[in-house]
Design a protein around this ligand. Structure first.
Ligand SMILES: [Zn+2]
Length: 289
């Protein structure tokens, strides 16, 4: 029996009979006397991963009966069901793995023979754990956060190219927004701004409300991140997705924002919008958090 299979069976047996898949992570129900360290050891994951995966601000305060989601360990592959229009290279990019890694784990000879509904295994050990550059992290750490940031909202620019400066000008001059750039962060795609570069907007530096949603009330609590690109036509680049992941994790940690409050423009807006486009891999991205 392979080690992976043994772990899967073991997790399935130990955790309410639910195997750890991408759609339905394994769950541990906190029992009297449980500590985070003991639970982490029991499930062969790190305490840090367990804490981060569940957005626990205080690891010493576990409630009996509380459900903790067990993060997939590095050896446990995720399962992904092929959707219509999927290409192997795009699935790989969205999950932060190489196409070669997918070909090998799934024993595929030809990347062009995917079937809709086919289940692919996504190798855990090959999943990238992207980081912010130390320089950017230092810059962000110097900013004193005001209270009340509870959500993170992802947008696309809807244009093939763009930059934080260009959007700032557009928001000031065309949209008459006195505070300029409506997003708190912009992530470049290599056209107008370097691919994967994160620009910190003046509103984040000054801790001002965003101007990226139709509702003023939502703009007060929602951090806005815009990826340059039109994702109705193309896909985000792998660097954009990796840096978005690193930035969202950082902001979650800093502001104590749970994973359920990370969302997209179309999912939260009070007016209908297609932003961030049909090719933004919302579900896959949220699973990577
Ligand atoms: Zn938007």
């Amino acid at each position: 029996m392979s080690r992976t299979l043994m772990i899967l069976l073991w997790v399935a047996g130990a955790c309410l009979g639910r195997a750890g898949t991408a759609e339905e992570p394994a769950v541990h129900v906190v029992a009297p006397g449980d500590t985070l360290g003991a639970i982490a050891r029991q499930h062969e994951v790190s305490t840090r991963d367990l804490q981060r995966y569940n957005n626990l601000t205080d690891p010493h305060r576990l409630a009996v009966g509380q459900e903790l989601r067990i993060p997939p360990g590095p050896d446990v592959p995720l399962r992904y069901e092929v959707q219509s229009g999927d290409a192997l290279s795009v699935i790989a990019r969205n999950h932060g793995v190489t196409t070669q890694a997918l070909l090998e784990l799934n024993e595929l000879e030809n990347p062009d023979t995917l079937r809709v509904g086919q289940t692919l295994l996504i190798p855990g050990s090959a999943r990238a754990t992207p980081r912010l550059s130390p320089e950017l992290e230092r810059q962000l750490n110097r900013i004193r956060l005001r209270n009340g940031w509870t959500h993170i909202v992802i947008h696309h620019s809807g244009t093939a190219q763009g930059s934080a400066q260009g959007m700032d000008r557009y928001h000031r001059e065309q949209r008459r927004m006195a505070n300029g750039l409506g997003y708190h962060f912009v992530i470049g795609n290599g056209n107008g701004m370097p691919d994967g570069e994160i620009a910190v907007g003046p509103r984040w530096i000054a801790q001002q409300d965003g101007g990226h949603l139709a509702s003023a009330a939502q703009n007060r609590y929602a951090i806005g991140i815009c990826l340059v690109g039109n994702f109705d036509r193309t896909h985000p680049t792998s660097r954009q997705l990796d840096q978005l992941l690193a930035l969202v994790r950082y902001l979650q940690r800093r502001a104590g924002i749970p994973r359920d409050n990370v969302t997209t423009h179309t999912r939260i807006n009070v007016r209908p919008t297609r932003c961030p486009g049909q090719h933004f891999p919302t579900d896959v991205f949220l699973q990577r958090l």
